[in-house]
Design a protein around this ligand. Structure first.
Ligand code: ZN
Length: 400
């Protein structure tokens, strides 16, 4: 562990420095999230604690305030921000006094927004990835597109951070693209907020300011997905990504300028990103060894849930280990639970986990070009336990 921010000195409690790979605990092993200490699951309760809600643990030590704005910039990894800090001076300035958190496993939007929205680790909220098997139907549930047959509240019954805020007399607000208001993911993991649809960056800033100004005590979660979309399509090392990061920087600066007095701003992300070259892609649909004994392939290219046919789990584990070798951390469901990949796992959640879990190492991925042509064509990917997937910024600007 080194100090926080760029140079390793000052700022919030130490947890690594921007652009400093030496601060990773173990470069050879997976970067396991420190649930209960420094992951996305601690952000919501810490914010509620900072707002004075009784019984909420401010584990992250956020400064107290009457109002709080949580700006989530999808796909803005700590390492990416460090590498491209020249085009994001505002965010880099906050990062110099900031620190990194772990996203949680898998490092993907469905799981991470659920950790933010519920204040719980993945093993307790149960949204365990982009695609997981529904044990009732045996079908894959895509967390972004959802399935009308799955009741979101039954899938994730715990109270959300927004419901907990409202119970404490704090107005709970979400500001994001209008099309996300009524998704299954919103109902499962972010229900209970007053939703302000905002479809452009300008509308996002104006709605956030207006929504919070009207409340003596309020909590707003503001979401932008443009940077992640750019990274998927163009890669996180592309000029397009850098231009988009500069827009995110301007957005953050505008949010600060527009917030009413007495508002704490926290900026974070849901995961980082890795550009996966063609040579590092293993195609599940065309590698027989990976398919033997597999009933369903879930997850996404850098974080796979593999569901085995009855009795085949051990053989599938052996075949995936043999085939992928050092390109992945491949473990059984039991090992993933024992090693706390998902945090503590509730009984209702356990059957959703793959019999085998495979997390990509380096810049590799397991694509499925027939079953998932769109996802398999992406350049930037995420999900795994590498520092580049896991580490995301926690940037704090105190209320004035
Ligand atoms: Zn993404």
């Amino acid at each position: 562990m080194t100090g926080s921010g760029f140079g390793g000195a000052g700022g919030l409690a130490a947890h690594g420095s921007l652009g400093d790979p030496a601060s990773v605990d173990d470069p050879g092993g997976p970067l396991l999230p420190r649930y209960g200490e420094a992951t996305l699951a601690e952000v919501g309760p810490s914010l509620l604690g900072a707002l004075g809600a009784p019984g909420e643990a401010n584990t992250l030590g956020l400064p107290s305030a009457r109002r709080a704005c949580l700006l989530v910039i999808d796909g803005m990894g700590w390492d990416l921000l460090g590498r491209h800090q020249d085009v994001a001076p505002f965010l880099a300035g906050l990062a110099a006094r900031g620190r990194w958190l772990s996203a949680g496993f898998p490092a993907t939007t469905v799981t991470s927004l659920s950790s933010l929205g519920t204040g719980l680790p993945p093993g307790r909220h149960g949204l365990l990835g982009y695609q997981v098997r529904d044990p009732r139907t045996g079908r894959l549930l895509n967390g972004l597109h959802w399935d009308k047959a799955v009741d979101p509240v039954a899938w994730q019954p715990e109270a959300t951070v927004f419901e907990r805020a409202a119970a404490a007399g704090i107005s709970a607000i979400r500001v994001a693209q209008g099309s996300f208001e009524h998704t299954g993911l919103s109902a499962a993991a972010m229900r209970g907020a007053d939703y302000w649809p905002a479809n452009t960056p300008g509308a996002l800033v104006a709605s956030t300011a207006e929504a919070l100004s009207a409340q003596p005590r309020g909590f707003a979660m503001v979401y932008t997905g443009d940077l992640d979309g750019t990274g998927h399509a163009c890669g996180s090392m592309s000029p397009a990504w850098r231009y988009q990061l500069a827009h995110a920087d301007r957005l953050a600066e505008q949010v600060v300028g527009a917030l009413p007095a007495g508002t704490l701003l926290v900026i974070t992300a849901d995961h980082g990103m890795v550009d996966v070259p063609a040579s590092m892609r293993t195609d599940y649909d065309h590698v027989t060894e990976l398919r033997a004994g597999v009933a369903l392939l879930g997850g996404e290219p850098r974080a796979r849930h593999v569901y085995a046919e009855p009795g085949a789990a051990a053989d599938v584990l052996a075949a995936w280990r043999e085939t992928l070798g050092a390109a992945a951390w491949t473990v059984s469901r039991e090992q993933a639970i024992d090693e706390n990949w998902f945090g503590p796992v509730d009984d209702r959640v356990m059957p959703r986990i793959g019999d085998v879990i495979s997390a990509a190492r380096g810049d590799s991925a397991v694509v499925a070009t027939d079953a998932e042509p769109r996802e398999s064509a992406l350049i930037g990917m995420h999900g795994s336990l590498s520092p580049e997937d896991q580490r995301i910024p926690l940037l704090v600007r105190e209320a004035d």
